[in-house]
Design a protein around this ligand. Structure first.
Ligand SMILES: Nc1ncnc2c1ncn2[C@@H]1O[C@H](COP(=O)(O)OP(=O)(O)OP(=O)(O)O)[C@@H](O)[C@H]1O
Length: 221
């Protein structure tokens, strides 16, 4: 993923000014900065929810600055997107939540669906909860389901916006470790976080957003 001289707007207001950075295949990158500085706007631009940045924004080979609406689902299949609030379908079981996404993204063979379902649930340690409803799971477990869902289509990049914001510190740390484990298997991760303990305990490349700029922050704070 690469941004070159990109300007990002919210309702015609410039939120990020002249952003240039590159994230290579398989990198892990934290995104930090004060509330309201534009972290979410940056992530939304990367998954083409916030449109029309200027400059060049290339994500998984797609030119975001000129992407056509009908191409957006194909971009999203290359990405895993994870938010703070878990956004599961509450009237469907864990398995049904995942199968729903697979069917919506073109999976048809039920044997393959079953294998992939087991595979992603195993990766997040939730095989035994397959038939539970979201309300029967803890916050950390719900976030694991969301991560499993994000992994279904073997994304090149995981974009996570404050994914541990609603979790207790211990659970949050387990989720962070899961992101690192996924990253070790080759998926790039860009994670917005307010948790500076993470940066100290699990150092990684960090981008800081401040004064409308996105700058390299070294390897720790
Ligand atoms: N839908 C919107 N319409 C108009 N302005 C918006 C919209 N969403 C965000 N903004 C503005 O854009 C700026 C950046 O907001 P953004 O949500 O990207 O910040 P953030 O760094 O993600 O904050 P937080 O850490 O609280 O999530 C803020 O000034 C905000 O008020």
């Amino acid at each position: 993923m690469e941004l070159v001289n990109a300007d990002i707007f919210q309702e015609n207001e410039l939120v990020l000014d002249d952003v240039t950075f590159k994230i290579n295949k398989g990198e892990f990158v934290y995104l930090i900065g004060r509330t309201g500085c534009g972290k979410s706007s940056l992530l939304k631009t990367l998954y083409a929810d916030l449109l029309n940045p200027t400059g060049k924004v290339t994500v998984a080979g797609f030119p975001i600055e000129k992407i056509k609406r009908k191409k957006i689902p194909f971009l999203r299949r290359k990405l895993g997107i994870i938010f703070q609030d878990f956004q599961l379908l509450n009237d469907r079981s864990v398995a049904e939540n995942l199968i729903f996404v697979m069917k919506a993204t073109g999976w048809k063979d039920s044997a393959k669906i079953k294998i992939r379902l087991n595979d992603v649930l195993m990766r997040v340690g939730l095989t035994s909860s397959m038939n539970k409803m979201p309300y029967q799971l803890s916050g950390g477990e719900q976030q694991r389901v969301v991560i499993a869902r994000a992994l279904l289509n073997e994304p090149l990049i995981l974009l996570a916006d404050e994914p541990t914001g609603n979790l207790d510190p211990e659970v949050a740390e387990d989720i962070l470790k899961l992101f690192f484990e996924i990253n070790r298997n080759g998926t790039a991760v860009l994670m917005a976080t307010h948790n500076h303990q993470f940066l100290l305990k699990y150092p990684a490349r960090t981008l800081r957003v401040a004064d409308k700029k996105v700058l390299e922050h070294g390897t720790h704070v």
